[in-house]
Ligand binder design. Structure first.
Ligand SMILES: Nc1ncnc2c1ncn2[C@@H]1O[C@H](COP(=O)(O)OP(=O)(O)OP(=O)(O)O)[C@@H](O)[C@H]1O
Ligand SMILES: [Mg+2]
Ligand SMILES: [Mg+2]
Length: 301
């Protein structure tokens, strides 16, 4: 196969590992800097160029689109799809996963467990929002945050309100969520490839932090998950339409609740915690499933 990986930093662990795994299996793989791909949006003949050369001959594309360039990145993935190149995760599915509110609505529609979540545009509705989630303590999140930045615990009614007002003042979108205290600063990352769980780990936050993100100083270890957790993760990936997904859940008193589903999950934490060759599994999945022109949504929807 000839694979294109859309990524900005070729030196990131995940990107190095995917290249290594592809080359070990005799495939050709190029890293294209997403922001340097130009698109030719002409009727009937969609094309793309990279450093002045036409992008041609790729069987599959691995989109590793950073949160900060979601819009341009998705346009590039869509362009590949319109050119008939099979994408590991389709642009439409990645778009869904990038919008926390939309994701939550999709999970709710399919009856998946979620923390009670509320959202309002108008700051005058702060009281209402707090009431919906059962009052403080609550978790307040930036809708498009990542790596735990913009995730704040409002311990009392008063502090929750001032955090909400501060975010509003900065003109950013937020959601307010029931605080799952019993998760005790840990969450579970379940790695799903092609509808199967291939690895899972428990991440625990730095002492005193309710956020378990490894980027915030948390640590990770391999863990055995329950059948209910397994089916929650598989269904979450499925309803988002993701072939590869990192599903994050919390263990709550009312069963597993989904926090979010990542469409470009990192490999470093999970490979180190479990000792598994996840990059190899991703390449094996592409090998077994890529098909020219087979994109379901072809960039639409
Ligand atoms: N409702 C909640 N109750 C308890 N803990 C929570 C809740 N929401 C988030 N957390 C903790 O905060 C961490 C960060 O939250 P979340 O994953 O939603 O943010 P993020 O910025 O999108 O992070 P990521 O880099 O994983 O995308 C979670 O991993 C979890 O440990
Ligand atoms: Mg996130
Ligand atoms: Mg997270």
């Amino acid at each position: 196969m000839k694979i294109a990986m859309l990524a900005r930093n070729p030196n990131l662990y995940s990107h190095r590992r995917l290249c290594e795994a592809a080359r070990d299996r005799g495939h050709e793989i190029d890293i294209l800097n997403t922001l340097r791909v130009t698109m030719n949006i002409t009727s009937h003949r969609p094309g793309a160029q990279y450093h002045g050369e036409p992008v041609m001959g790729y069987d599959a594309v691995i989109p590793r689109i950073g949160a900060s360039i979601t819009q341009y990145g998705l346009a590039v993935v869509r362009q590949f799809e319109m050119m008939g190149v099979w994408s590991l995760n389709e642009s439409v599915a990645i778009g869904r996963s990038r919008d926390k509110l939309r994701s939550m609505q999709i999970f709710a529609k399919h009856g998946l467990g979620l923390p009670v979540t509320a959202f309002a545009h108008d700051p005058r509705q702060t009281d209402e929002v707090l009431k919906i989630v059962g009052g403080a303590p609550v978790v307040i999140k930036l809708l498009e945050g990542t790596q735990g930045i913009g995730v704040v615990l409002g311990e009392t009614e008063k502090s929750a309100k001032s955090v909400i007002e501060a975010f509003r003042g900065a003109n950013v979108n937020i959601l307010v969520q029931e605080f799952i205290k019993e998760a005790d600063g840990s969450d579970i990352r379940i790695f799903v490839i092609g509808g199967k769980v291939v690895a899972s780990m428990m991440r625990t936050g730095a002492k005193g932090d309710f956020r378990s993100n490894l980027h915030r100083g948390g640590s990770a270890k391999a863990i055995k998950i329950t059948p209910e957790e397994r089916s929650t993760a598989v269904r979450a990936a499925k309803v988002m339409g993701l072939n590869v997904a990192g599903v994050d859940i919390l263990r709550s008193n009312h069963g597993p609740v989904i926090m979010e589903v990542n469409s470009s999950p990192g490999l470093e934490g999970i490979e180190n915690a479990t000792g598994k060759d996840i990059a190899g599994m991703v390449i094996d999945f592409i090998e077994g499933n890529f098909k020219a022109g087979a994109t379901k949504t072809k960039g639409q929807g």
